[in-house]
Ligand binder design. Structure first.
Ligand SMILES: [Zn+2]
Length: 430
C-alpha cells in the first residue's frame, strides 16, 4: 500500500521505508527477538547453533548482540542439509505448511511460505513500476526463486508481468515489440544483448520499442552501461542486491541511485569475515543477513560471501534506511590491511578510473609489526606529473578503502604481467 507524502506522493511503498532511525532500531530488534525465539523453539539446527555458542535466545536483544552467534555460510548449509535432509534442521514450521521449495546450486533446498509477504515489491516500486506497465521478466522460473518472486512483486506494484524466462532473444524482441512492453527485469548484459540483436534485425530501438524502465539484479550495473541505457536509449535503470538462500532482495536503489537502501525485512550486518565482528559505516566487510520477516526458515547470520560497505547519510528520496554502497567483490578476494579490507575488484575499478595508468598491482607486506601497502604502477605515458598522480591516487584510494598506500612505485613498462594477482599478500609466506 502506498502512503501519501507531501514531498512526493506515490514515492514510498510502505511506512517502513520512512521510519525514523530510532523507530527502525526498535522495530528490527523486536522482529529479531521474535524470529530467534521462534527458530530456537522449532528448528533443531538453530537450537544447536545457540547451544554450541552458549547463548540463549533471550540474550540476543539487539543487532549488536548477534555478534555472539557464528556465521553460517553456503558451504555449511550444504553440509548440514546433506547430513540432515532435506532442510538441515532449519525448517521452523510443519513441512505440510511449506508453500513452495526452491533449489539453488549445492543443492540447497529452500522452503518458503508465502504468508502475504510482498517479497521484492518495494524494490520494483522504487524503480517506478506501476499499474499500466507491461513487463518482461527474463529470470528463470525453474527451481530458483527469481522468476516467481519477481513476477509476484511486479503484480504487487500493479504491473502486468510476462513470464519470459531466460534466453530466446528473438522471441523476447518480438514479444517486447508486439505487446508494447514498458519494463524489463533481468541482467544488464541480457538487456544489452536484446538491444543489439534488435538493432541487427533492423529496428531503431528507441523509435520502435516502448521500453521505459529496467530493473536489474544478478550482476552489478557498470556506470558506463548505465549511461548508455539512460542517455542513448532513454531507459530508466534501477538495481537491487538479492541473495537466493535468505530468499530475497536485501537492498534496492531509489531514483537517486546513490547506494542501495536496506530492506527492513532483514537484519543486515557488514562484518569482518574473519571474526564476525560488525564494522562501521564506510568499512568494507562481508554482508551477513538474518531474515526477520518470516518464520519458515531459521536462517541466522547467513554469510553471503559478498563484500560491501554501508552509508548512513540521509537519502534525498526520503527513505531513511542505511544504504549499501555497491557489491565490491567476494570475501576470498579481500585482503586486510591495517584493519581495513581491500577487495581486488574494488581496487581494479579504482585504478582503472585513472586514464594514465596501464597496469597496477597492490603489494601487502609487513614491516616492524605494521602492514605495509605498496602500489606498483605502470604508466601509459611516462611524461606525466607522477607526484600529482601518486597524490590523487592515494587520496582517492583512502577515500574509498579507508587506508593509504605507504609507497607508490612507478615501474617500467612490461614489469607487471598481464595475468596477475591484483593484490599480492606477502604476509601469507612470513
Ligand atoms: Zn533513496
Amino acid at each position: 500500500m502506498a502512503i501519501k507524502s507531501e514531498a512526493s506522493p506515490d514515492e514510498f511503498f510502505d511506512e517502513l521505508e520512512i521510519m525514523p532511525p530510532e523507530t527502525r532500531e526498535k522495530y528490527l530488534n523486536q522482529r529479531l527477538s521474535e524470529t530467534l525465539a521462534h527458530a530456537y523453539r522449532h528448528a533443531p539446527a538453530v537450537k544447536e547453533i545457540f547451544d554450541k555458542a552458549g547463548v540463549s535466545p533471550s540474550q540476543i536483544r539487539t543487532i549488536k548482540d548477534l555478534e555472539r552467534l557464528p556465521i553460517t555460510r553456503k558451504t555449511d548449509l550444504i553440509e548440514l542439509q546433506k547430513a540432515n535432509p532435506p532442510y538441515g534442521g532449519f525448517l521452523a514450521i510443519p513441512s505440510e505448511e511449506v508453500d513452495r521449495i526452491f533449489i539453488s546450486p549445492g543443492p540447497v533446498y529452500e522452503p518458503i511460505q508465502h504468508a502475504g509477504i510482498k517479497w521484492f515489491a518495494k524494490s520494483f516500486w522504487a524503480a517506478g513500476f506501476r499499474k499500466g506497465d507491461v513487463v518482461i521478466n527474463t529470470f528463470t522460473y525453474h527451481m530458483s526463486p527469481a522468476g516467481i518472486l519477481f513476477h509476484e512483486a511486479l503484480r504487487d506494484c500493479g504491473a502486468t508481468a510476462i513470464p519470459m524466462g531466460t534466453g530466446n532473444t528473438e522471441v523476447q524482441i518480438k514479444t517486447m515489440h508486439d505487446l508494447k512492453v514498458t519494463g524489463f527485469v533481468g541482467t544488464p548484459s541480457f538487456l544489452m544483448t536484446i538491444i543489439k540483436r534488435a538493432e541487427e534485425m533492423g529496428y531503431n530501438f528507441p523509435r520502435d520499442f516502448t521500453l521505459q524502465r529496467a530493473w536489474f539484479t544478478g550482476e552489478m550495473l557498470p556506470p558506463s552501461l548505465r549511461k548508455t541505457l539512460e542517455e542513448d536509449y532513454q531507459i530508466a535503470t534501477a538495481q537491487a542486491y538479492a541473495v537466493t538462500e535468505p530468499g530475497g532482495a536485501l537492498a534496492y536503489e531509489c531514483h537517486q541511485k546513490t547506494g542501495m537502501h536496506l530492506m527492513d525485512e532483514y537484519v543486515i550486518e557488514i562484518v569482518d569475515p574473519e571474526t564476525g565482528k560488525q564494522l562501521g559505516p564506510g568499512e568494507a566487510g562481508e554482508i551477513v543477513v538474518t531474515p526477520v520477516h518470516n518464520k519458515v526458515w531459521g536462517l541466522i547470520r547467513f554469510g553471503t560471501g559478498d563484500m560491501s560497505s554501508y552509508i548512513t547519510e540521509p537519502c534525498p528520496c526520503g527513505r531513511t534506511s542505511n544504504r549499501l554502497t555497491a557489491i565490491l567483490g567476494r570475501t576470498g578476494d579481500a585482503v586486510k590491511v591495517r584493519g581495513m579490507f581491500v577487495v581486488a575488484k574494488q581496487a581494479e575499478q579504482l585504478f582503472s578510473s585513472f586514464d594514465q595508468i596501464l597496469r597496477f598491482q597492490v603489494i601487502v607486506g609487513r614491516k616492524a609489526e605494521r602492514d605495509e601497502m605498496t602500489f606498483k604502477v605502470e604508466l601509459k605515458d611516462e611524461a606525466i606529473d607522477k607526484k600529482k598522480l601518486a597524490e590523487d591516487l592515494n587520496k582517492k584510494f583512502q577515500g574509498i578503502c579507508l587506508v593509504r598506500a605507504d609507497k607508490i612505485e612507478f615501474v617500467p613498462g612490461g614489469t607487471i604481467p598481464e595475468e596477475r594477482e591484483i593484490i599480492v599478500d606477502q604476509r601469507k609466506w612470513e
